[in-house]
Design a protein around this ligand. Structure first.
Ligand code: TRP
Length: 352
């Protein structure tokens, strides 16, 4: 399976990703980053350490950066768009609070960029049913959601190819579960170029080396597991979440992911937010037990997130400005998408 960390495909992707990272530092101007998120709720620490931090670094290194708030992707596996406007608004706030600079990075939504969505038609003609059915991430997501395999869920990796290729993105910071989608995007770009002439780059995934921040129970941090600390949570909410996280009856604090997932998740959270190692923190807490560890984690998380949360609060008081930033991002994304769609029509001979 493509997400197996030892598989040839994964290792090949990792090698290319490492080579690109080295080149990025020297030639940032050669790269366009496109990545994004589904607006299904607030961003949490898993998003921050997994990808947001890296997006900010790429932006500041001089890479051309675009972020999509994938609103049409919300309905791939659910039957409602409840709260979507609020989720989108708060996602823009989260990005800005984390250091995304709207002067440098275009933030936009699917639904505001018609020409991006129109790429879906030629792109769908470039993939077969069996290729769509074979995507392991789509299968896993469908099973996890318990939702029917809708046409949109089955074809969303193609829609993601539209997201990446409308702006000629060539690097996509992603987790390993998204690698099959990048492969599908490469295939679509290659087939389009072969059939109609060169229009699109073949993008690569940029895999983060960052240790994955675990959720409070040791599993992957995810809102649906109830183990996530939202960037927008208050200090009190954060304290409460950490306090009720599951540890064990062993008083002595040690780092042992396998046998002590709860305690170890707390130690990793403290390590990431203080820059210390898990072992170092465990040795310091020693026999003071889980209560002392939780107090330490709460303090370090709240201290780490304090500047982000302060900026968040300021932005919450300026909803008009936040809306204006999204409108401007949508306007710029439309310009790019219209130009690309013109090139596509031209390549396909559809100029009348
Ligand atoms: N599917 C991605 C996620 O859930 C979000 C996304 C939408 C995306 N379009 C994209 C990621 C294009 C990378 C490139 O996280």
């Amino acid at each position: 399976m493509a997400s197996d960390l030892t598989s040839d495909t994964f290792l090949a992707s990792k090698k290319i990703s490492d080579e690109i990272k080295a080149d990025l530092a020297v030639h940032p101007e050669k790269y366009t980053m496109l990545t994004g998120d589904r607006p299904t709720g607030r961003l949490h620490m898993g998003h921050y350490f997994g990808t947001i931090r890296e997006r900010v670094a790429l932006q500041n290194a001089g890479v051309t950066t675009r972020i999509i708030i994938a609103d049409y992707q919300v309905i791939t596996d659910r039957d409602t768009t409840a709260n979507i406007a609020d989720n989108v608004h708060n996602m823009v706030i989260d990005y800005l609070a984390c250091g995304i600079d709207p002067e440098k990075t275009i933030i936009f939504t699917h639904s505001a960029v018609p020409a991006l969505n129109q790429l879906m038609l030629p792109f769908l003609s470039l993939v077969t049913e069996s290729e769509l059915m074979r995507n392991p991430t789509v299968k896993a997501e469908q099973e996890a959601s318990g939702h029917a395999l809708t046409g949109l869920l089955l074809s969303y990796p193609v829609h993601q190819a539209c997201d990446i290729l409308f702006c000629k993105g060539n690097v996509v910071p992603v987790g390993k579960d998204q690698l099959p989608h990048i492969e599908q995007t490469r295939q679509i770009a290659r087939r389009f170029n072969e059939r109609y002439g060169h229009v699109f780059p073949e993008p690569h995934g940029l895999l983060t080396d960052a240790v994955e921040i675990p959720g409070l129970d040791g599993r992957k941090m995810s809102k649906s597991y109830g183990n996530a600390i939202a960037l927008s949570a208050t200090e009190e909410e954060t304290a409460k979440l950490i306090k009720k996280s599951q540890t064990d009856s062993e008083r002595m604090i040690t780092f042992d992911k396998e046998n002590r997932p709860g305690v170890s998740a707390l130690l990793t959270t403290a390590a990431l937010t203080t820059g210390r190692t898990e072992q170092d923190i465990a040795a310091e807490i020693g026999n003071d037990g889980a209560g002392a560890l939780k107090r330490y984690v709460t303090e370090s998380v709240n201290a780490y997130l304090a500047p982000i949360r302060e900026r968040r609060r300021e932005l919450e008081g300026q909803p008009e400005m936040v809306r204006e930033i999204l409108h401007e991002g949508n306007r710029r994304a439309n310009e790019i998408a219209n130009t690309t769609l013109d090139e596509v029509r031209e390549a396909m001979g559809m100029v009348y």
